[in-house]
Design a protein around this ligand. Structure first.
Ligand code: NAD
Length: 501
């Protein structure tokens, strides 16, 4: 693709399309704080152009055999695999995460691609013979049409791949609305798809913000909406799409607890907390936000090991040997700093203070050092709200039942984990928590690509999953056909009773 170095444009019908004179956003390299390029912010007309391209491509794509679609997928997978290093740099430049974290994101994306190879099996319908006189019944799954995908900034590659790949393999065509903060990663993927042989119009990328989202959701030719982002916007998108009678699922934010029992392996728990809590500058919907320590002895042992290690975490640019990188924007950094100040005003104690961190040579980067608070209560904003940055909190409770109660009373329900050596405790916990994804001695329980991803409560609106076999239900419509091809001697007669057998 002839990428415009100074601007991230749209990708419509197999071509880069740059707006002339429309609204423009700025994209920054979070590691340095410098603006690296501009991004087109689509108007309703540009959104319409992308939807029309997807709509025109739909019939041909849906009719193509699934085997042919898999051939294109296979080629795309090869190209993605070969592009890991270059693509990881694109992710890092726009997002600020470390190079190793970007490579790990691509590895997980490949897993999502691998799962799409199972589409032929999952698309198989069901067949019942002779349910009535010469009547057979069968069901088929058909694509829903033009699907809109809308993504967040924190997974510039895994976001679009998870949403669009399975949708396309099921026979849908797609308009992907990339996050305006990380627009080029999506263009890079669109280019790989074209090189793999994807017909024009099957995948279109629109850059933009609310204006584009609203136009796409309300467009009469779009059939489904798959959103990933903050809870505030997820709830809005879900409501708007449902009003338009679209099939919709909207994934939102999280506030994920890690419960540490007195019998847990303390080193394992502390290491898991460090990675899950601060990795990616805590900009993950499945990041651990709250350590819930069961009993005073556990709290003491955990904090004694944890605090010195939090203080020595390395923060730096994407291409350094750091544990995590910069936040996505100056505004995001200031929001997290304000959340810390508010927590202190409300009575929290700062155990480790990451504010004011300066990374030598990168003084304008959007860095925030690791911050840890205790004496946090459940009525404080810092406990109630998702804070998308490296401030984490510690709570102490007396029993697992108390831990479960506070987790279940929290409005979010994305992920949770428990650290214990006891199988019965783990079983009781897994059954009782009102959370979509549970880890037992696993810090970030994002299920592998062939299992279903999805939170509960205000972490997900609507029915649908982010990976796994349930995906096929979201991206297809089920049709049931009852058919009779009677024997030549069959004599029909009008029957006014409801058909029964
Ligand atoms: P965001 O909600 O600000 O933006 C997500 C998308 O919505 C972007 O494409 C953006 O352009 C668009 N958008 C923003 N405001 C809008 C509005 N008012 N109307 C319509 N569209 C709008 O989220 P973000 O900051 O990019 O990403 C971080 C959030 O995403 C966090 O809350 C994180 O927990 C969540 N997230 C959730 C999951 C999950 O699977 N549950 C995965 C990744 C990220």
């Amino acid at each position: 693709m002839n990428m415009n170095a100074n601007k991230a444009c749209h990708y419509i019908n197999g071509k880069l399309v740059c707006s002339a004179g429309g609204r423009i956003g700025k994209v920054y390299n979070p590691s340095t704080g410098e603006q690296i390029y501009e991004v087109d912010l689509a108007s309703a007309q540009e959104a319409d152009q992308a939807v029309k391209a997807a709509s025109q491509a739909f019939e041909g794509w849906a009719k193509l055999t699934v085997t042919r679609r898999i051939e294109i997928l296979h080629k795309f997978r090869q190209l993605l695999d070969q592009s890991r290093k270059e693509l990881a740099e694109v992710i890092c430049m726009e997002n600020g995460k470390t190079y190793s974290d970007a490579l790990a994101e691509i590895a997980r994306s490949l897993e999502a691609v691998d799962f799409a190879y199972h589409a032929p099996h999952l698309l198989k319908g069901e067949y019942s013979m002779q349910v009535g006189g010469d009547i057979d019944v069968y069901s088929i799954r058909q694509p829903i049409g033009v699907v809109i995908g809308i993504g967040p900034f924190n997974f510039p590659v895994m976001g679009p791949i998870s949403t669009t790949t399975f949708a396309m393999i099921c026979g849908n065509t797609v308009v992907w609305k990339a996050s305006e903060k990380v627009p080029k990663s999506s263009l890079y993927l669109a280019d790989l798809w074209t090189k793999a042989g994807l017909p024009d119009g099957v995948l279109n990328v629109i850059q933009g913000d609310k204006e584009a989202v609203d136009a796409l959701i309300r467009h009469p030719l779009t059939a489904g909406v798959h959103f990933v982002g903050s809870t505030r916007v997820a709830e809005y998108v879900y409501g708007e799409a449902a009003k338009q009678h679209k099939r919709v699922v909207a994934f939102g934010g999280g506030k994920n607890h890690m419960v540490i029992m007195p019998d847990a392996d303390m080193d394992q728990s502390v290491n898991a907390f460090l990675g899950a809590a601060y990795g990616s500058a805590s900009q993950r919907c499945m990041a651990v936000s709250v350590a819930v320590l069961v009993g005073e002895k556990t709290a003491k042992a955990f904090c004694e090991k944890l605090i010195p290690q939090v203080k020595t975490l390395k923060v730096g640019p994407w291409n350094s040997e750091s544990d995590y990188g910069a936040l996505i924007s100056r505004e995001a950094k200031e929001n997290v700093e304000r959340a810390i100040e508010r927590a202190v005003e409300q009575g929290a104690r700062v155990l480790v203070d990451g504010r004011g961190l300066k990374v030598p040579g990168h003084e304008n980067g959007f860095y925030l050092g690791p911050t840890l608070l205790d004496q946090v209560t459940t009525d404080m904003d810092i406990y109630k709200e998702e804070v998308f940055g490296p401030v984490r909190v510690i709570l102490q409770v007396d029993s697992m039942e108390q831990a479960i109660k506070l987790i279940n009373e929290h409005e979010y329900g994305n992920g949770v984990c428990l650290f214990t050596r006891d199988g019965y405790t783990a079983k009781k916990f897994s059954e009782a928590v009102q959370i979509g994804m549970v880890g037992i001695n696993v810090g970030i329980p994002v299920p592998v690509g062939y299992h279903n991803f999805g939170g509960w409560k205000r972490s997900k609106f609507g029915d649908g999953y982010g990976s796994g076999p349930e995906n096929v239900r979201f991206f297809t419509k089920l049709k049931t056909i009852s058919q009779r091809f009677p024997e030549p001697e069959f004599v029909s007669r009008a029957d006014f009773d409801f058909p029964s057998n």
